[in-house]
Write a protein that binds this ligand. Structure first.
Ligand code: NAD
Length: 333
């Protein structure tokens, strides 16, 4: 099948080419992010392969459909960037990678917790400059602290497991508590979690209910000096409210792998450009904020699984057999 692969990076090419061995799809790699302006690049391609910051709104989908695209193969688990009702109206199939390495994301969330707690990212620079002062590097024992996990799916439960290993107490909030949760995971109401957790970590998807879940009233409910970690989706946090929380000291440490306006920033080298997102730049001025550019998924195991499942989805769509991890507005396979 001919597939236009948008937002391609060199590593995508390496892993997809390897996964495609034996399948024989014609993969055409495009650097461009998918938008209404770049959609014409996919003219004549039966399939489009897209990543998290590609835009698949109604306008883009109609442009793709008019030029023959019938399959959207997402290289991600999340599909909040796709107008699903529009794909159904147009009769397009959307496939995703339901799970590639929940360990990768959970472990990165833990890396943010550890770095922020002991300020290793500041220590690294200091030591290189011959500054061995410890002022400003004071951490706290994780042992005995309370961790609030919002969203106990695949990633949230692994994160809970690891933090429990440090000796933390685990509180969780999820409208659909998991039967796989271990006995030490105590499900509580969201406001209790907010009020008792020393560390709050977000592992829920972006939905109308979780859009700006962390707003100013949620911040107000949190413990003074709380550590807030987001490896879920940027819009789960109202960045303005969190900046106010940092300014007042309510939020003591903030670790982000995702940001609500990240599609204009992440996955590209902007070091020679002026960044015009003042809100993002304000975040980078805080000494107690650690931001990574949506890299939590970025392990060799995850990239292998993403590529293998994406190619298998394309083959299943084309042949009508095998497992197609289809996303539908009302049903997820
Ligand atoms: P999952 O589907 O296994 O789990 C999501 C959980 O969130 C489910 O248990 C669900 O019931 C729960 N949930 C739904 N609505 C909720 C709400 N209003 N409040 C609290 N919980 C709610 O998904 P997963 O594989 O664990 O991934 C979680 C999220 O992590 C994804 O949706 C995606 O946005 C994000 N993610 C980020 C990266 C990254 O690189 N940073 C990579 C993969 C996934």
């Amino acid at each position: 099948m001919r597939i236009a692969v948008f937002s391609t990076k060199p590593y995508d090419r390496t892993f997809l080419d390897k996964a495609n061995e034996g399948h024989g799809h014609e993969l055409v790699y495009l650097d461009a992010r998918l938008t209404a302006e770049t959609a014409p690049l996919a003219a004549g391609f039966a399939g489009v392969c897209a990543f998290v910051n590609d835009k698949l709104d109604a306008e883009v989908l109609q442009l793709l459909h008019a030029k023959g695209t019938r399959l959207i193969a997402l290289r991600s688990a999340g599909f909040n960037n796709v107008d699903l009702p529009e794909t159904e109206r147009l009769g397009m199939t959307v496939a995703r990678v339901p799970a590639y390495s929940p360990h990768a994301v959970a472990e990165h969330a833990v890396a943010l917790v550890l770095s922020l707690n002991r300020m290793t990212f500041r220590a690294y620079n200091r030591v290189r400059e011959g500054n061995f002062s410890l002022d400003g590097l004071l951490g706290f024992d994780l042992y005995g602290k309370t961790v609030g996990v919002i969203g106990t799916g695949k990633i949230g439960l692994i994160f809970a497991d690891i933090m429990h290993g440090f000796g933390c107490k685990i509180l969780a909030y999820d409208p659909f508590p998991s039967p796989d949760a271990k006995a030490f995971v105590e499900y509580v109401a969201l406001d209790r979690l907010m009020g008792e957790a020393d560390i709050v970590s977000l592992h829920c998807p972006l939905t109308p209910e979780t859009d700006h879940l962390i707003d100013s009233s949620a911040v107000a409910q949190m413990k003074d000096g709380v550590m807030l970690i987001n490896t879920g989706r940027g819009r789960v946090i109202d960045t303005k409210a969190v900046i106010e929380g940092l300014k007042s000291g309510k939020i003591g440490r903030l670790g982000l792998d995702v940001y609500e306006e990240e599609e204009h920033l992440f996955f590209q080298d902007l070091s020679q450009r002026v960044i015009s997102d003042d809100q993002f730049m304000r975040l980078t001025t805080f000494h107690n904020v650690l931001i990574t550019g949506h890299q939590a998924f970025f392990t060799a195991e995850a990239l292998t699984n993403i590529a293998d499942t994406t190619i298998a989805n394309i083959t299943a769509f084309e042949s009508g057999s095998g497992t197609l991890h289809r996303v539908a507005a009302d049903k997820i396979a």
